[in-house]
Design a protein around this ligand. Sequence first.
Ligand code: CTP
Ligand code: MG
Length: 250
Amino acid sequence: MTSSEKDSPPSTDPQANAARCFALVPCAGSGSRAGTVKPKQYELIAGQSMVMHTLAALQSVTRLYKTVVVVSPTDSHAWPESSVQRLQCGGATRAESVFNGLSALLAEGAHDPEGVQAHDWILVHDAARCLITELEINRLIDACLDDDVGGLLALPLPDTLKAAVNGRVSATLPRQDKWLAQTPQMFRAGVLHAALKAQAADHFEGITDEASAMEMAGFAPKLVVGSPHNFKVTYPPDFALAEDLLGSRK
Ligand code: CTP
Ligand code: MG
């Protein structure tokens, strides 16, 4: 640090240090459990593809500066002309897709002040959670903006939790401290990137969400109560439920 830098007062420009919120949507899965012909995120639900419902919810949040979607390098889906930015760098696992997408965004941001900077927030949200609402996204942002770590939407476990061996109960586990993790998950872009990078050599083993990477890096993400409607469309019956719920909102 030069003496002139040391003596200069902190920037009074409120924009200089203001962290913005970006959204990154992993959309590069094959949907193997869904039993659909094409990847589940492109199945039509209530008149439009699943991922379009997801993007509509994110785009209704005015505090989100920009949303990008990570798709597979072999993705051949016909996206609408004016749709969001797509990064064709999806990986073999969800964690790898998020890591590749975040790496690309930060590399872009290194040259472009409009792009993602390390101190900006990144909200990672599954393409397959098409029932997310503006209200829930805003609740997460409100809860995390002043937090040192960030956090995730999650639900306290409503049911009794059983462990099983060969299809039979081996134990009843305490549920008081158990939560079901959802998305969005909101962390500082640079910190999340470093946390994921640290797991890359192990092929992201055990990293099933962003919070798990942050936990491995020694952080304790904040749990913010989500909604049971924000389930991840995973199995065949989930499509009809999503269709009913989306249809009932219109
Ligand atoms: N995803 C991704 N890249 C992968 C795997 C998953 O971007 N290699 C995305 C999916 O497109 C989805 C989200 O991560 O939006 C959550 O993953 P999941 O529901 O497990 O989707 P799939 O992996 O596609 O489904 P399955 O596990 O049944 O194959
Ligand atoms: Mg999967």
